[in-house]
Write a new protein. Sequence first.
Length: 349
Amino acid sequence: MLYFETRSNINYRKIGEEMRFRELARPGDGYETGTLNKITDLEGIRVGHYTLTEDSPRCLRTGISVIRIPSVYERPVPAASSVFNGYGKSMGLIQIEELGTIESDIFLTNTLSIGAVHQGAVRLALESNPELSSLNVVVMECNDGFLNEIRALAIKEEMVADAVGDAKKDFQLGSCGAGTGMVCFGYKGGIGSSSRIVEFGGRKYTVGVFVLSNFGRSSDLRIPSLELRSELQDSDREKGSLIMILGTDLPLMPLQLKRVTRHMNLAIGLLGAPGYHGSGDISLAFTTSREYSLPEQSLMNEGNTLSEIFRAAVWACAEAIVDSMLCSCAMTGFKGSVDSLRSAIQSNL
């Protein structure tokens, strides 16, 4: 279980404003965060969203999110992925597994739109590189079919350019982009992010996490210091997914990144969920470091160093999941309504 120290000076927010977890409690991990406490604290990383909402004639609550990695199309970076539960439809992970590198930005959307997003991303790449004849675009997904009329296939390939064009350092969290229609622990979920600063050999490094949260039952959620007394009815809406993306400037090799991705899955249990058959829980990690000196590699291979990296990654992932809910307001959609975690906290504390 995660243990938090609750703050008494809670800053209540207006509807539509983001609330970060650290306004309510302080994680007990002891790590410093980056300036924004987002994956974009990692130098050069940017995140963009395209959000699609409509009430008539279709009930749409969906979108696209993209994590932009500097120069990745020209110079792939080391990467690895792992699957905690494989009920998912992500594209592009096979080549990462084989080669240990990623050669595209990372795109996220709903389950039935990965084809359109992939095509849009390929088209953008072709337009900027006339010699390109092969590309492994990474597209990851969660199913937003409870709040979004997913069968409408409303995401079109041209919308990918809008998400890419929106990329910025201080990006929106919660119900936006790919997170627009997601549900997490029975509350409104979506986009979350957090970061940690770790220091090894007298040098500071950044570990940043980005999540698309859409998993867990309301009865699962455990944040002991907040003592939530949810009135939500438990349901089978654990049939979602959790996508976890980690970016770092640590000089890690693909096999080391692979170990990090496996440990990131522990955030699921830390927040109370046991993992479910119908949930596609997938993690991906990359490093922007392309240089590997022997002294740094020796340091990265030390047991204590790796344990600290695992710890920072798990805590950042857990906080990002909580932030994805705190930054989301209650929403009514295609098949019903979901409450917001922020409202539950403010009414129960």
